[in-house]
Design a protein around this ligand. Structure first.
Ligand code: UT7
Length: 330
């Protein structure tokens, strides 16, 4: 069974920060950021919570699909920057949409989150006959986890949300998802450590092998993650295509996670697919983790870069380390 996108939507905070704006507090330059990443600006929260952005994006996708809240049977939300440990982001978005009663699930697969969420929605649609429409939404507030004294990470991240409404189709579908926990320490943000009234002082130490320090801020070993990304992207796209004997050169559009233009250039070469087939908008949004793929998807739908019947690939890679690709017919 395939999956069809019935509508898309997005939300980007109004505040736009340009490369040069960082030079006021870290030793960087517009030239370094452009040439090393392809980024030019990013949208940054002025206080918008993750649930607010996600609900705005999801509502727009529902309006585009022409469906009402009571027709939504499932919400899958991808995020690593929810506003609460509990309730989940999907429950917060459900409340805003008024889609009370539907199934609500969060997935935490970092920058591959939207791809995992999309595939999860398809599996629910396949096995639950009572389900007709699912909302797949990613919303991220990465800047709340960004250390603005660290030039190697602070220039990279932006905030935003995007969503799509999906339903069953008879079109082609394939996926390839995976993870490599051995790379967990290359890209992480810490939660609060164990603490309770009965804890020994000092508490028992458990070594996770992660670099020390950095509080709750994003730590990234850029070079390690880069090496992983240029392998994971072609691995996932080829892996998905091979399952159904599909030639990746027949893809009309590949929408990758928007982390670095150089990753896309290398991956395009390794896949043997022209770079023009890759949809990129990282110059406008920077890296928004799980929101980056649907932000590009929504833009491509709105500007006519995607037409009915097109064969589309979404491919993500990120903390975990996680990776995944889906191929479907629009
Ligand atoms: O979204 C999840 C997945 N994440 C990714 O896919 C990210 C993968 N990694 C990357 O995209 C790249 O590694 C980065 C964009 C993060 C960094 O680019 P790079 O070409 O790998 O740079 P680097 O870390 O090797 O640093 C090169 C130099 C260093 O200086 P030295 O040691 O050569 O003197 C850095 O200190 O660039 C320096 N540098 C900067 N210079 C100016 C690092 N950040 C900056 C900066 N401005 N913002």
């Amino acid at each position: 069974m395939g999956i069809k996108i019935a509508g898309t939507g997005s939300y980007a905070p109004e505040l736009v920060v340009e490369n040069n704006d960082f030079t006021a507090f870290v030793d960087t330059s517009d030239e370094w950021i452009r040439t090393r990443t392809g980024m030019v600006q990013r949208h940054i929260s002025s206080g918008e919570p993750t649930w607010y952005m996600g609900a705005k994006a999801a509502q727009e996708a529902m309006n585009h699909a022409g469906i009402a809240a009571n027709q939504v049977g499932l919400i899958v939300a991808a995020t690593i920057t929810g506003d609460y440990y509990a309730p989940s982001l999907s429950c917060m978005i459900q409340r805003e949409l008024g889609a009370i009663g539907c199934i609500a699930i969060d997935v935490n697969c970092a920058c591959a989150g939207f791809v995992y969420a999309f595939d999860l929605a398809r599996r629910y649609l396949e096995t639950d006959p009572e389900l007709t429409y699912a909302v797949v939404v990613s919303s991220e507030n990465l800047t709340k986890l960004t250390d603005y004294t660290d030039r190697s990470t602070c220039v990279l991240f932006g905030d935003g949300a995007a969503a799509c409404v999906v339903t069953r189709s008879q079109g082609l579908y394939t996926c390839f998802l995976g993870a490599d926990g051995n790379g967990a320490k290359s890209l992480f943000t810490r939660s609060i450590p164990p603490a309770n009234a009965f804890m020994p002082d000092p508490p028992k130490a458990y070594d996770d092998g992660f670099p020390a320090g950095n509080g709750h801020y994003i730590y990234q070993d850029g070079r390690e993650v880069y090496k992983f990304a240029i392998k994971a992207l072609p691995l996932a796209v080829n892996g998905a295509a091979e399952k159904i004997g599909f030639d990746v050169r027949s893809l009309d559009l590949i929408i990758p996670h928007q982390a670095n233009i150089r990753i896309i250039e290398t991956a395009a070469e390794r896949l043997g697919v022209s770079q023009e087939r890759f949809y990129l908008n990282l110059e406008k949004y920077g890296n928004t983790s799980s929101a980056s793929i649907p932000l590009a998807l929504d833009e491509a739908v709105k500007n006519g870069s995607i037409q009915t019947g097109d064969k589309i690939c979404l491919v993500g890679f990120g903390a975990g380390l996680t990776y995944g690709a889906v191929i479907f017919e629009y």
